[in-house]
Design a protein around this ligand. Structure first.
Ligand code: G4P
Length: 279
């Protein structure tokens, strides 16, 4: 499977990011816990090189806990502060508040030395499309937040959400563009649904996914779809089509539909917690 992807609007996203990042002290980078490296854009290291940094393993509810822990250690060893969260449920939000405080300590100290008191630390959330940025901002900010800036009739500017006395969050996240020269990275992004389906062949993608499952999560598909164990991917896809009654006219198996169902089950956690990329 070979595909390339770099839509034009990502160039615009990069420009926006360069502008916005100048306004903040802290960058909160969301990655998908199922593919923590493949869902990163390494350019963020250069863009945010003199900023405080936090890596958030989002959607940690969909990934295996032992790998969430291993990835946390991985990023910690690289010098990042790391938090695992499930933004949909809101778990991990208390921890992240503390970690934000910790990340900002240095900056607050520096301000103090220069005689600047009570200037809030400014933060922004960044990540590739669909990684959960909006869900995360909503969970973190909650209902109690107050927005500042951009008041009607006053100066036009950015909207900031006041998280507490010390921290303000930019209300629009920075969109990072997925980056992959390596086809394996592209494939993982496609598995989690971060690459538009129109440019991919769903069935081919499902066959690649089945192969991965056979190698790393043997037996899971067989148990879920009540099908016989078979190491051949196409036979498994046929088995899924049969067990899910995906049929075309004339009772022919609709493997396209089965492929779609399988990927949808995976993306929504119905195959259990699965980590696609390990460290
Ligand atoms: P974005 O701003 O980065 O583009 O992502 P967004 O918040 O729109 O989230 C993309 C999808 O990921 C949403 O699902 C959202 O509910 C889901 N999501 C975000 N964080 C988590 C998490 O920690 N765990 C899980 N399991 N899911 C998460 P959707 O199906 O597109 O929308 P919806 O039906 O949930 O509204």
């Amino acid at each position: 499977m070979h595909f390339q992807w770099y839509p034009g609007h990502m160039t615009k996203a990069k420009r926006m990011m360069q502008e916005n990042i100048k306004l903040v002290d802290l960058v909160i980078e969301l990655v998908d816990a199922r593919i923590p490296l493949s869902s990163r854009n390494p350019d963020i290291d250069e863009l945010g090189h003199n900023k405080a940094r936090i890596v958030v393993l989002n959607k940690s509810d969909l990934a295996e806990e032992r790998w969430n822990d291993a990835w946390s250690r991985y990023f910690e060893e690289k010098g990042f502060l790391v938090v695992k969260v499930d933004s949909r449920k809101g778990s991990g939000m208390k921890v992240i508040q503390n970690v934000i405080r910790e990340a900002c300590k240095e900056k607050i100290e520096r301000d103090k030395k220069r005689g600047i008191l009570n200037r809030p630390v400014r933060a922004m959330v960044v990540g590739i499309p669909n990684v959960g940025k909006s869900t995360f901002i909503n969970a973190l900010a909650g209902k109690a937040c107050t927005k500042t800036g951009n008041k009607p009739g006053v100066t036009k500017g950015k909207q900031w959400i006041r998280l507490n006395r010390q921290v303000e969050l930019l209300d629009t996240p920075g969109i990072l563009w997925p980056k992959f020269e390596d086809q394996k990275v592209g494939l993982r992004l496609a598995f989690i649904g971060s690459i538009k389906e129109e440019i991919l062949n769903t069935q081919e993608l499902a066959l690649e996914f089945i192969q991965f499952m056979h190698e790393k999560y043997a037996g899971v598909l067989e148990e879920k779809y009540h099908i016989e164990a078979d190491s051949e991917s196409y036979a498994t896809l046929n088995g899924i089509a049969e067990s899910r009654h995906c049929l075309l006219k004339g009772n022919e198996l609709d493997t396209d539909k089965a492929a779609f169902l399988l990927l949808d089950d995976f993306r929504n956690g119905r195959l259990g917690r699965i980590t696609l990329e390990t460290c």
